[in-house]
Design a protein around this ligand. Sequence first.
Ligand SMILES: *Cc1c(COP(=O)(O)O)cnc(C)c1O
Length: 216
Amino acid sequence: MSLENIKDQIRNAELTNNRQKGSVNLIAVSKVQPLERVERVLSQGHRIFGENRVQEAYQKWPAWKEKFPTVSLHLLGPLQTNKVKEVLGLFDVVHSLDRDKLARIFSENIQKLGSSPDFFIQVNTGEEEQKAGIFPAMVDKFVEQCKNTYDLPIVGLMCIPPIDEEPSLHFALLKKIAERNGLNRLSMGMSADFVSAITFGSTDVRIGSAIFGRRL
Ligand SMILES: *Cc1c(COP(=O)(O)O)cnc(C)c1O
């Protein structure tokens, strides 16, 4: 597959579902990919990328961001509070906000800095013990707290469905929780299920291997 092929599929899914043209953002997930694969996609004009690990992102993206200043870099992976300052130095959007302490430390640092990334709150829709994300029953309170206590720009919700379950149930659940909290954006859908995710209202699909090839 390729970038153009994926963009065509997204465009078709927008059409089929009466979604506005261009309303679904494509985040190209470049984690672990060889540099030349990422550079090829940059040279094709793509500018939205996702990484899982802060450390790895710092090895690649400062140079690319200097060369391509309109790049928007999204953090998708679980996050420790001691990485918050580094995150604020490199990332434009965070998809993995999932607990009070993290929100508080972001808030403190953002106040000093005077600028903020956009945030998605990660929801553990499958209530899996080993997975990051806040449980569905706790989301409403957490959204309220992030907005009112911590003054964070919360733009939407994010989920990673359990590997062995039908993802559409999780997409539908995430949409329902977002709607009742007045949040417009949904970060859901990966290489294997992004068309289904768009059907259920995804606004931000996170696609790695289908664009770049299998991770080596
Ligand atoms: C790796 C990763 C993706 C992309 O996965 P693919 O199956 O390669 O498309 C999307 N979201 C998150 C959170 C990831 O860690």
